[in-house]
Design a binder for this molecule. Structure first.
Ligand code: FAD
Ligand code: 2HG
Ligand code: ZN
Length: 482
């Protein structure tokens, strides 16, 4: 497993699970929803990257908000720590136990409750898988405002809890804007009905925002109300090559001006990321003729008039070619070709896993500075590691990934704290969209002032006085425990 740097002591005020607890859960949920099976627990104890591992002896699968409420009420009274788990695709060690926390997975709560076909407001249970929601909406003429590589397994509750970004962010923005309401169960079992289905509301504090991105540390999200945009009829995708990062940046600002209302994704990857995908993923090939390109950009447009949208994109690409911003490029001719282009971009995370150990950084930085960090990191690490830069360029979100054959603390010492200090000195964010989890709980001060962190800790203590919800994550544990 990953590294020895996540040293944290088990909170001694937490109780240890006993057979009476297990029996109580069986009464609450029925035997089959109280999982003690070793194989099932082994999977739930390990994160997607196989980097973080816990030792939980129990996985609970509630089927209703009422059951979640009963579980938490009981755990709170017994001081039993819990970890809410969705699809377990999180990339910061937030979704697995650190010690023996009880795992609560609401994957069985996966019903769609309603869709307002005029406004596009969808209400569903938080255990719904993102891709299933998107498929449901497709038939109804809408789409989810977010899309990510893990869509086949991640749950909307997990997405909201991490404030996930993804590929459509450049067009539809943050979940802080699209989420209209939430139902949340607090640590003591109280159900907070904030499940608004209206767009505008200025009555008092907007408390649901606290739970968006709080990574299960303040409550368990059980229902979600989300504004979904209409599905537009024409989508185009271009796969382009650029000679340097400056050209990628320039292409971005030009595309915002010239493709404005139809631009729906703007992603980039460097040559090293392309190499990684070509080496480790079966059936993937570079759609551009062999030649050394330093950067690749995917530009997607989505609009309502096929002829107009296509003409617009083609004119833009022609102009960018002539002005030298693009050195080569191809527009997908059908949906299969489009998904093969997306496979390259979305497959990088999977390819990195196959290559060995990976150190993952998800950073928001000023666009013009972003790639300097990747180059600096290459100089620091030399031949010891492969350094990849890719991400959501349209949102100034860099995914810096460092790949080595095995985990090595001397490599880590070259990366951290440098990567955080550099990001902080540019007033960037050390977590653009993945959250802090266990990995970055102690690093929050690189992006947030001491007074802000103090207020967060007060809120945590107010909402979860026994600190049973996802302990050791998000906030520095030593401060939360004080
Ligand atoms: P988990 O991983 O199970 O949990 C994540 C966190 O949320 C944990 O802290 C957990 O305790 C908490 N949590 C889960 N469910 C609940 C709930 N109901 N109530 C309260 N807390 C809860 N992220 C992006 O932002 N953009 C991307 O483009 C992107 N691409 C990815 C691609 C791949 C291949 C992978 C593996 C991950 C990617 N991610 C991306 C990471 C992203 O955080 C997750 O995919 C997703 O948002 C997490 O959802 P999940 O259901 O798997 O949650
Ligand atoms: C993506 O955009 C995901 O592909 C994962 O956020 C990024 O693996 C990563 O670093
Ligand atoms: Zn991402």
């Amino acid at each position: 497993f990953g590294s020895t740097t996540f040293e944290v002591q088990r909170n001694p005020s937490f109780a240890t699970l006993n057979s009476e607890d297990v029996n109580r859960f069986k009464e609450m949920l029925g035997e089959k929803n109280v999982i003690e099976d070793e194989d099932r627990l082994a999977t739930a104890n390990i994160d997607w990257m196989r980097k973080y591992k816990g030792f939980s002896k129990l996985l609970l699968q509630p089927k209703s908000t009422q059951e979640v409420s009963e579980i938490l009420k009981y755990c709170n009274s017994r001081c039993l720590a819990v970890v809410p788990q969705g699809g377990n695709t999180g990339l910061v060690g937030g979704s697995v136990p650190v010690f023996d926390e009880v795992i609560i997975n609401i994957g069985s709560m996966n019903n769609i409750i309603s869709l307002d076909k005029v406004s596009g407001i969808l209400v569903c249970e938080a255990g719904c898988i993102l891709e299933n929601l998107d498929s449901f909406l497709l038939n109804e003429g809408f789409i989810m405002p977010l899309d990510l590589g893990a869509k086949g397994s991640c749950q909307i509750g997990g997405n909201v809890s991490t404030n996930a970004g993804g590929l459509r962010y450049v067009r539809y923005g943050s979940l802080h804007g699209s989420i209209l309401g939430l139902e949340v169960v607090q640590a003591n079992g109280t159900v907070l009905d904030m499940l608004g289905t209206i767009r505008k509301d200025s009555t008092g504090y907007d408390l649901k925002q606290l739970f968006i991105g709080s990574e299960g540390s303040l409550g368990i999200i059980t229902k979600v109300s989300i504004l979904t945009p209409p599905r537009l009829s024409s989508t185009n995708l271009a796969f382009l090559a650029c000679k340097d990062f400056f050209s990628c940046q320039k292409l971005l600002s030009e595309s915002k001006r010239k493709l404005g209302e139809v631009l729906s994704a703007f992603e980039f990857l460097d040559n090293q990321s392309m190499d990684m995908v070509l080496t480790y993923l079966d059936g993937v090939r570079n759609p551009l003729p062999p030649s050394v390109h330093n950067f690749y950009v995917l530009i997607e447009t989505t609009g309502s008039n096929e002829t107009h949208d296509k003409e617009k994109l083609e004119a833009f690409l022609l102009h960018s070619m002539e002005s030298g911003l693009i050195s080569d490029g191809v527009v997908a001719q059908d949906i299969n070709q489009a998904s093969s282009f997306w496979r390259i971009r979305e497959g990088i995370t999977e390819a990195l896993m196959k290559a060995g150990a990976v150190y993952k950084y998800d950073l928001s930085l000023p666009v013009e500075k972003m790639y300097n960090l990747v180059e600096k990191m290459r100089i620091r690490l030399g031949q010891r590691a492969k350094v990849l830069g890719y991400g959501h360029l349209g949102d100034a979100n860099l995914h810096l990934n460092i790949s080595t054959p095995e985990y090595d603390d001397t490599v880590l010492a070259q990366i951290e704290p440098f990567v955080y200090e550099w990001t902080s000195s540019h007033r960037g964010s050390i977590s653009a969209e993945h959250g802090l989890g266990l990995m970055k709980a102690n690093k929050i001060h690189y992006s947030k002032s001491p007074e802000t962190v103090e207020l967060m800790i007060s809120i945590k203590k107010l909402l979860d006085p026994n600190r049973i919800l996802n302990p050791y994550k998000v906030l520095p544990h030593s401060l939360v425990q004080e």
